[in-house]
Write a new protein. Structure first.
Lengths: 216, 216
DNA sequence: AATCGGTTTGACCATATGGTCAAATATAGG
DNA sequence: CCTATATTTGACCATATGGTCAAACCGATT
């Protein structure tokens, strides 16, 4: 997976190797499908050692979830700073989300699936991750929207509704990729498919559609 | 769950009861998390009887998946027939998708998750379901889009790109509901939340945004 | 060399789980 | 009533899985 080259509590190698392995496994298989043995194999160690470093499957899972969420709710921020117009901001946002999720396509589905299945614990983790964000993505987004409404760049819209449409449009492709591939195969609409080319087209399409949708 | 009151191969009660139970369990827990015992309990029977009717977990799962997919890719069709303008068509489509998924919020996530995790078998099922559609949803959608472009109601757009943005916008809320609820709680942006009121607002917002986004 | 803390491992355990089977029970037809 | 067929059940099995433990190993310090 290799999402967390940056310093994240454990700088030493072993814990990190295990966490990367655990992420791969949990994201691929979900909580119920993930196997401690399989995580150990991926990490190149044996099962007791797994328990030595992370007491239980649950503990390991929680740390994994925390990291994945922190990454997922954080990566956009760096790419949208200092954009003056809403147009620029929107473009940067879309590019950032699509590029990043295209490289880690299972993450959005993983987070949503586990959240809608899981109990208090996982929601607590989400809550914590969100509260640690400074500033929160949602706030940056909202600020930009409101500013653009005030300057008259865009017409009045409900920020939450717009954000949901934006995220839905950006994330849908990677989440539904198997369906789209199958549809494409069956209808022939996709021709000979070039993923990275398609993603560029997708960025452009989302931007155009949404910007036309809101501009005054 | 009660999705299939209509005749679907087994008219008798037992098989149907079991299938409903299996759907609830599989949708809630996924393939790996679902337990045959739990399905039996939900159906009010015991485990050997489950195997008597459906030989194995895999067989039962495949039937479940087939039915869920057939439902998911089919329900829209009835609601969008006979719409003259693209405007009407789009509105009916959005209303239909949002209403239906709001009642069965786990289904989109279930399908996407299992597809991106599963192997040949589940993709084969998807392929079959799609090929059995007459006409396919995708074709109806495409026809309407092309007609609207020809009459000049909307500007030229790539059909696949538009469909993806549309579906993403419609489905995102139910898929990400736990995240949105948490965000709302944390930022106070949602106030005292009324789900059905919000869904109405959502339909309107999606329609306005997308229609403005494409109209000439 | 002896010792001490941290690390690694093979052997093992308790439980959960998908699945089976022969016996029992119900149901329908003669 | 009797029999054949379909349904139902308790008891059981093999395996997988999360987890444990005592013993071994290793590197540094004295």
């Amino acid at each position: 997976m290799m999402l967390f080259d940056d310093v994240t509590s454990e700088e030493g190698s072993k814990e990190k190797i295990i966490l990367e392995a655990a992420m791969d496994e949990f994201i691929a298989e979900g909580w119920a499908g993930a196997r401690m043995q399989s995580i150990a194999d991926r990490a190149g160690i044996n099962k007791p050692l797994l328990h030595y470093y992370f007491r239980s499957k649950e503990k390991l899972y929680n740390q994994t979830v925390y990291r994945v969420m922190a990454y997922f709710f954080g990566f956009v921020l760096g790419n949208v700073e200092g954009k003056d117009s809403f147009q620029e901001f929107l473009r940067a946002f879309i590019d950032s989300v699509i590029d990043e999720t295209a490289e880690n396509p299972r993450i959005p589905l993983f987070i949503m699936q586990e959240l809608s299945r899981g109990g208090e614990t996982i929601r607590g983790i989400l809550s914590q991750v969100l509260s640690e964000q400074n500033p929160p993505v949602t706030e940056v987004m909202r600020t930009n929207l409101i500013r653009a409404m005030e300057t008259g760049e865009i017409r009045p819209v409900n920020p939450i509704q717009f954000i949901m449409s934006l995220l839905g449009s950006c994330l849908y492709f990677v989440m539904a990729e198997p369906i789209i591939m199958e549809l494409g195969k069956q209808t022939g609409l996709l021709g000979n498919f070039d993923r990275s080319r398609f993603l560029e087209e997708r960025k452009e399409a989302v931007f155009t559609l949404l910007y036309n949708g809101v501009r005054s």
